[in-house]
Design a protein around this ligand. Structure first.
Ligand code: HEC
Length: 126
């Protein structure tokens, strides 16, 4: 539940920025982690290793929603950007909600969260 409240708070915060004349969120150094928390953490977990309850709700293997181990860890930044932009299965498309910089920033952020061993070789899906 805590995460839901956190996500809701952050979504509220993100909408506040979008409405105001304040500097673009992309300019802030923590804009990408914030965008991740606001848009993605609910389904993929704060650490991007997947939200098991969500996987169950979607009737998917938890590994399908793990973005830092397994399959996703074998994808390039460009491939991740494409998935985030266009969606995949039950994953919503974000190209209308986020701009190209944000999409790419999120892909780069996901790559940066990978555990060292998963960077070169995908970990077995569990
Ligand atoms: C409503 C829940 C939901 C939200 C919100 C969501 N995703 Fe997903 N995402 C999914 C599901 C479900 C899948 C698995 C799709 C499949 O394999 O059929 C997925 C898959 C992915 C994949 C592909 C993983 C792979 O192994 O190929 C990436 C990358 C991804 N999401 C990134 C993101 C990012 C970044 C965000 C935020 C901008 C986000 N997702 C928001 C549900 C969500």
């Amino acid at each position: 539940m805590k995460i839901l409240i956190l996500a809701a708070t952050l979504i509220g915060a993100a909408q506040g920025w979008a409405a105001g004349p304040a500097p673009a969120p992309a300019a802030a150094p923590d804009a990408v982690p914030k965008a991740y928390k606001a848009n993605c953490a609910l389904c993929h977990g704060v650490n991007a290793a997947g939200n098991k309850a969500m996987a169950k709700a979607f009737k998917l293997e938890p590994a399908a929603m793990d973005l830092v181990n397994g399959d996703a860890a074998g994808k390039t930044e460009a491939e991740l950007t494409q998935i985030i932009a266009g969606g995949k299965g039950k994953m919503p498309a974000y190209k209308k909600k986020l701009d190209q910089d944000q999409l790419q920033g999120l892909a780069r952020f996901l790559v940066s969260l990978r555990p060292p061993k998963a960077a070169s070789k995908a970990a077995p899906a569990k």
